[in-house]
Structure formats: C-alpha cells, structure tokens
Design a protein around this ligand. Structure first.
Ligand code: HEC
Ligand code: HEC
Ligand code: HEC
Ligand code: HEC
Ligand code: HEC
Ligand code: HEC
Length: 548
C-alpha cells in the first residue's frame, strides 16, 4: 500500500486513454486524487454510458505492476485498470477479460499480504470499517511482533547489553519459526484455510504459522515441474535446503531492510552462496566460469530468471537452485488415474502439531475450494470432502465456515435439499453472512422457492448495497413475480453502479414496458442498440415481443 502516484505516467504515450473490448478507459489525475473512467460509445462516437470512480488505494510496489482499489462506502473493489511497469502502459487488469467493471470484491485475505492490517467487518466479503487500514505499508510488527515492551524499555532509556529480546529477530528464531515469518505472505498455497477458531490476523512472529493457517500445495505429480509455484515451495525443494539441516531460509539470501544496490548485487549473492559452499565445489572450474559469466555470478547459472512472467504470485527467479536448470526433467504428463486422489498435500506435514479431526476439517474445506480447478477430480473430491466435513460439523456445530463449505459441496453433488437445510442452519447462526445469503438465494430459486429466494436477496442487498449483481439478481426475481415497481428500482440501483451491463438494462426495459412506461423503455432500448449495433433488428423484435 503506497502512494497513488509513483512510477505511473498519465500521457497518451503510456496508453492513456486506451480501448479494450468496446470500452474506453482513462486515468485522470486531479491534484493528489486519481480517477478511473469507463466509457461506452456508439458507432458514431456518441457517449452511451460513463462511470467515473475515484481510486483510493494501490497494491504493488510497481516493480512489475500496480492494481488499484475503489472504495464504495467502505466496500472495496478492484479497478479493471492496472499499470504495467515493464511496458510502461495502462491496460486491463490481469484476469479482467470478461468483466470490465470495478465489480471484483477485494477480500481481506488479499490485503493481509499487501498492507499492514485491514479492518474487515465480520461475515462480510469486502466490507471494511472506517478507516479501512491500520497502516498502509507492511509494518514492523508483521515480522518483529508486538512492540509495546520494546518501545517502553527503549523510551525509559534502558540500555542494551546483549541482543534485544523485547522484539523478535526473525533471523535468530529456530528454522520453522523463522520461515513462518516470511511464509505468512510468500507461501501462497493452492488453498489456505484459516484454522478453526482463529482470525486472519492472529498470527504473531515467533509462533508456528501452522497453528493459524493450514496451507495446502499441489502434489508434485500435479505441478508443472515446480516452476509455476511460489518462492517457498521452490526453495524447500532445493538440495541446499534439504541438506543443510534448516540452515537455509529466506533470510540466508535476503536482506529485508534494503535490497543490495545494483552494483553490489553479484558480490552480495555470491557471498551468500559461499557461506556454505567452497568456490571449488562447483563442477565447472573457476577459471572457466569467470570467462563465461562476468564476476562469477553463481545465480546466473544456478538461479536463472524464468523470463518475464505475467502470472502474479509465481517466482520470477528460479529458487530450486538446480545443478543445471537447463536440463531439469520435464514434468511427466498427468495420468487420469491420479484424479482418484486429492491433488493437495498439507505443506507443514513435516513439523506441525496439527493432525486428526482439526486437520481433516481443513482438508475438507480446501478440497471444496480447489475442486472447480480439477474438473476431472470433482467426482472424487466432493464425496471425500463431504465425509470429512460432515464429521467435522458434528463435532463442532457452530463452525459456520465448515458448515457453509459442506453446503456448497452437497450442492455440487446435486444434493440440493440437503444443501439448503445446511445454509438455513448457517444463517440461523450468522444471519448477515454475505456469502451464505448469496448462495442460499440462488439455491432457493433453483429449488422452486421464489419467496424465500427474494427474502435472501433482499437481505444480501442490505448487507452489501454496493454490489450491482445483487441488485440485478433481486430485480430479476421480483420481475418473475411481476412486482414491476420494485424490480425497476433494483435495476436502476444495479445500473447506477455498473451502467454498461446490458443484461440489467434489458431487464429494466422489460419491466418498464409492463409497467406502462413505454417511452422510457424505448429510450433505454436505444442505449442497448448503441452497445450492440449489429443486433439492432433482433433487439427491436425482442422489444415488440415485450409489449403485452
Ligand atoms: C499469501 C499472500 C498474498 C495474497 C493472499 C495476495 N498476494 Fe499479491 N503478492 C504477494 C506477494 C508476496 C507478491 C510479490 C512476490 C510474488 O509475486 O510472489 C505479490 C504480488 C502481487 C502483485 C504484483 C505487484 C508488483 O509489484 O508487481 C499484484 C498486482 C498483486 N499481488 C495483487 C494481489 C491481489 C489483487 C490479491 C487478492 C486477490 C493478492 N495479490 C493476494 C502476496 C499475496
Ligand atoms: C518483512 C519483514 C520485516 C519487516 C516488515 C521489518 N523487519 Fe526488521 N528485520 C527483519 C529481519 C528478517 C531482520 C534480521 C535481519 C538480519 O539479522 O540480518 C530484521 C532486523 C531488524 C533489526 C535488527 C535487530 C537486531 O536484533 O539486531 C531492527 C532494529 C529492525 N529490524 C527494525 C525494524 C523496524 C523498526 C521495522 C519497521 C519500520 C522493521 N524492522 C520491519 C524483518 C523485518
Ligand atoms: C505482510 C506480508 C509480507 C511478509 C511478512 C513478508 N513479505 Fe516479502 N513481500 C511482500 C509483498 C506484498 C511483496 C511484493 C512487493 C510489492 O510489490 O508490493 C514482497 C516482496 C519481497 C521481495 C522482493 C523485493 C523486490 O524488490 O523484488 C523479497 C526478496 C521479499 N519480499 C522477502 C521477504 C522475506 C525474506 C520475508 C521474511 C523475513 C518477507 N519477505 C516477509 C509481503 C511480505
Ligand atoms: C545454508 C547453506 C547453503 C547456502 C546458503 C547455499 N547452499 Fe547450495 N547446497 C547446500 C547443501 C548442504 C547442498 C547439498 C550438498 C552439497 O552439494 O554440498 C547444496 C547443494 C547445492 C547444489 C547442488 C544441487 C543439486 O541438485 O545437486 C548447487 C548447484 C548449489 N547448492 C548451489 C548454490 C548456490 C548457487 C547458492 C547461492 C545462490 C547456494 N547453493 C547457497 C547448502 C547451501
Ligand atoms: C540461495 C539464495 C536465496 C534464497 C535462500 C532465497 N532467495 Fe529469493 N532471490 C534470490 C535471488 C538471487 C533473487 C534475484 C534477485 C535479483 O535478481 O536481484 C531472488 C529474488 C526473490 C524475489 C523477487 C522476485 C523474483 O522471483 O525474482 C522474491 C519475492 C524472493 N526472492 C523471495 C524469497 C523468499 C520468500 C525466500 C524464502 C522462501 C527466498 N526468496 C529465498 C536468492 C534467494
Ligand atoms: C557458468 C555457469 C556456472 C557458474 C557461474 C557457477 N556454476 Fe556451479 N555448476 C555449473 C555447472 C555446469 C555444474 C555441473 C552441473 C552438472 O553436473 O550437471 C555446476 C555444479 C555446481 C554444484 C554441484 C556440485 C556437486 O557436487 O554436485 C555446486 C554446489 C555449484 N555448482 C556451486 C556454485 C557456486 C557456489 C557458484 C558461484 C561461486 C557457481 N556454482 C557458479 C555452472 C556454473
């Protein structure tokens, strides 16, 4: 979390404004404030819709790129516009190809790694208290622990003889605890489950991460040769790590207080290698190495760059520290039989005190979370997850996360009525739980209970009035029940937040016609035709059919 304006440029040579998928995007700086604009025009260039939102926060140092957050009355969304440092241009944010609007909720987990502390509202998806952040930049306490004692002793003028034991020095911790400090943010698992009874920010440096989070990574057989994974998993696969009895950690090579200056870089990393290796340990003779690589930079040959990657959250520098990375064995093709087992493995298996029913609960939650990415494995994963989670909610009936996840798994197995029953129990325990209200609203409709569905949609639009999709869905349900006036209000609410969504506007047109406001309906139709001029005739035909 940093200043909104850093490396960014705002001129047209930095692609500002730019076009994508029929939209025009523009970034505008007004004094210290920054606004992102999304416009749609018709074929003649006339303005159809315009959304002008202020971005208040930024994610990323800008080394690779920066993404921006929109704050709608305490609810955070990611903007579809990002800054790409290497190309020095503005473009559509990664993963936004289908949804061009600032409607992607920013969840607390995302901010956990990118700022000091975000104060999220319990049971919400992206709602935060005011002010949203306790410190934008990652604070000292995230790596050194609470500092009250430290501040008190130093402020009282107490001198230091010997090491300072009022704060945690990560380097001096035993290996598992030392690594936990960095793993908080650098170990992005395939699924990371907050342990039962814990809150997101409970972890303190000096304690094992596994007491707070269960992290699941992809089994080697499912990984593409460890390339597209994070630094922690790669480093731990290295022989340097496995055979140095815990000596090698992130802090063996990284100085978090200031990276080495460019000129000092080679010497700095070489010295790190030579803390454990003799120069002569390398199979390639020193003289030959020096001819090939200036200054005998060990990392050029043993930790090369993967080349520019556009995938966030994977390493750019090969942390596997291989003898010869160019000859690394390619991954074996995945055999279909493999999907009979879970693709996940528990990362801290070697050192955790976590086991038994507590771990099974987390395994169940993780399996449901990743199942959509392993379509072949769905059939196997869901029943296995249901077994684990059913046992878990029997033991801990008030565990709303496990119960909600169980409900989703039951639905994935088409056991809709059982799933509905589960959602109702969760909502009795946590009546404002946004995700549960949302899923229950869809499911009730699917089960042919429109009145119950409308009730959940109403509740979810109260819990979060800033998500256009909620208003749109409620509008659709109300229209099904011919409650035109209220349906129109919901469509209007959706369109205020996201004016370029065709579906919400078509729904509005249908409702206006039936309510008798034909002239307004016709005007709205012109906007939709402007979006999709090639569909003019079919849209007009559709419009005539709406007239009762
Ligand atoms: C588990 C911690 C973690 C989570 C959760 C996480 N990130 Fe990151 N993110 C990182 C780390 C660490 C890096 C930088 C190094 C890397 O890529 O591994 C990074 C890099 C990035 C970058 C590139 C920054 C740059 O300087 O180029 C962006 C943009 C980003 N993350 C956005 C997000 C968004 C948006 C979310 C939420 C959907 C998110 N991240 C969730 C840890 C996390
Ligand atoms: C991302 C993690 C991280 C953050 C954030 C961080 N530090 Fe550190 N700090 C470390 C590590 C790791 C070491 C050990 C470095 C070493 O010994 O080379 C360290 C060492 C120190 C030391 C030396 C301690 C000793 O016993 O010698 C001081 C003082 C310090 N940090 C102060 C701060 C302050 C003040 C902040 C906030 C402005 C801060 N650190 C933020 C990771 C961090
Ligand atoms: C609170 C989360 C957090 C913790 C804890 C943390 N990091 Fe990071 N680290 C990040 C994020 C986020 C980035 C990406 C910087 C960005 O783009 O904002 C990053 C970037 C880095 C980089 C790349 C810097 C660069 O200039 O490219 C290194 C190296 C690094 N971290 C090492 C460490 C080490 C070592 C530790 C443990 C002592 C640690 N980090 C702890 C969040 C964290
Ligand atoms: C904390 C100690 C430590 C550090 C630091 C360290 N290594 Fe190692 N490394 C080892 C140990 C132990 C082995 C396995 C036995 C051996 O070859 O000495 C190893 C093995 C290797 C291997 C053989 C890998 C294989 O797959 O056979 C290479 C190559 C290597 N290290 C390179 C490096 C480079 C380059 C650096 C610096 C960027 C480095 N190491 C830093 C401890 C370390
Ligand atoms: C053996 C040395 C070594 C160890 C151990 C090591 N790194 Fe690195 N790391 C490097 C080198 C070398 C680079 C490239 C830096 C450069 O080119 O300036 C790097 C780069 C990075 C970057 C920047 C993004 C990238 O991929 O280039 C991050 C983030 C990072 N390391 C995180 C970590 C974390 C987290 C750990 C612990 C799990 C770790 N590193 C352990 C040597 C190491
Ligand atoms: C010009 C490329 C190059 C540079 C620079 C380089 N190495 Fe190597 N290194 C190699 C090659 C090639 C091998 C042998 C690979 C094989 O056997 O397949 C090797 C092997 C090794 C091994 C494995 C030895 C074993 O017993 O298995 C270690 C350890 C190692 N290098 C350490 C280093 C260190 C430390 C540095 C920096 C001081 C360094 N290398 C610099 C190319 C290089």
């Amino acid at each position: 979390m940093r200043s909104l304006v850093d490396k960014e440029r705002f001129d047209r040579f930095a692609g500002n404004p730019f076009e994508a998928a029929g939209y025009q995007f523009e970034v505008e700086r007004r004094a210290e404030r920054v606004f992102h604009k999304e416009r749609r025009r018709d074929a003649q260039g006339r303005l159809l819709t315009e959304l002008d939102v202020e971005v208040q926060f930024v994610i990323g140092s800008g080394k690779h790129g920066r993404s921006y957050l929109v704050n709608r009355a305490g609810y955070l969304y990611q903007s579809p516009i990002s800054w790409f440092t290497q190309k020095s241009v503005w473009d559509v944010s990664p993963g936004f190809k289908d949804t061009m609007h600032a409607n992607r909720p920013v969840v607390a987990e995302c901010l956990f790694c990118h700022c000091n502390q975000a104060r999220s509202v319990p049971d919400s998806v992206n709602h935060y208290q005011d002010p949203v952040f306790d410190g934008f930049a990652i604070g000292c306490e995230r790596c050194h622990g609470p500092g009250e004692l430290h501040v008190r002793e130093r402020a009282a003028g107490q001198g230091l003889d010997g090491p300072d034991d009022t704060i945690v020095n990560p380097r001096k911790l035993e290996p598992v605890l030392r690594d936990s400090v960095c793993e908080q943010c650098h170990l992005q698992g395939e699924a990371t489950v907050i342990r039962r009874g814990r809150e997101l920010y409970d972890y303190r440096p000096g304690l094992p991460l596994s007491s707070f989070f269960s992290v699941f990574v992809r089994k080697a057989a499912f990984a593409d040769n460890q390339r597209s994974v994070n630094h922690v998993v790669q480093m731990q696969s290295s022989r340097c790590f496995r055979e140095s009895k815990g000596r090698l950690g992130c802090v063996s090579c990284h100085e978090v207080h200031g990276t080495p200056l460019p000129g000092a870089r080679v010497g700095y990393f070489r010295a790190r290698c030579l803390e454990c290796h003799q120069e002569s340990a390398c199979h390639m003779p020193t003289a030959e190495r020096r001819i090939r690589i200036a200054a005998d930079d060990c990392t050029v040959c043993h930790m090369p760059s993967f080349g520019s990657s556009t995938i966030a959250h994977t390493a750019l520098t090969d942390h596997r520290i291989l003898r010869d990375p160019t000859r690394a064995t390619p991954p074996a093709p995945i055999r279909p039989e493999i999907f009979r087992e879970s693709p996940l493995t528990y990362f801290h298996a070697g050192n955790a005190e976590v086991s038994g029913p507590e771990l099974e609960r987390d395994q169940g939650v993780a399996m449901v979370e990743v199942a959509p990415w392993y379509p072949e494995g769905q059939r196997m994963l869901m029943p296995a997850a249901v077994r684990l989670l059913e046992r878990s909610v029997e033991t801990w009936p008030a565990d709303t996360i496990a119960r909600h996840t169980l409900a989703s798994a039951l639905c994935a197995m088409k056991r809709y009525a059982d799933g509905m029953e589960m959602y109702r129990v969760v909502l009795a325990q946590a009546p404002t739980r946004e995700l549960t209200l949302y899923d229950a609203a869809h499911l009730a409709n699917r089960l042919g209970k429109p009145a119950e569905s409308v009730e959940y949609w109403r509740r979810v639009t109260v819990v979060n009035p800033t998500h256009p999709k909620y208003h749109h869905e409620l509008g659709r349900m109300l229209a099904d029940q011919q409650q035109w006036a209220e349906a129109i209000r919901e469509c209007e609410a959706a369109l205020r937040l996201s004016p370029a969504t065709t579906e919400a506007r078509m729904l509005l047109i249908g409702c206006l016609v039936r309510q008798g406001s034909k002239d307004r309906a016709r005007a709205e139709l012109q906007t939709v035709i402007g979006f999709e001029p090639s569909k003019r005739e079919s849209l007009q035909r559709w419009f005539e059919e709406q007239v009762p």
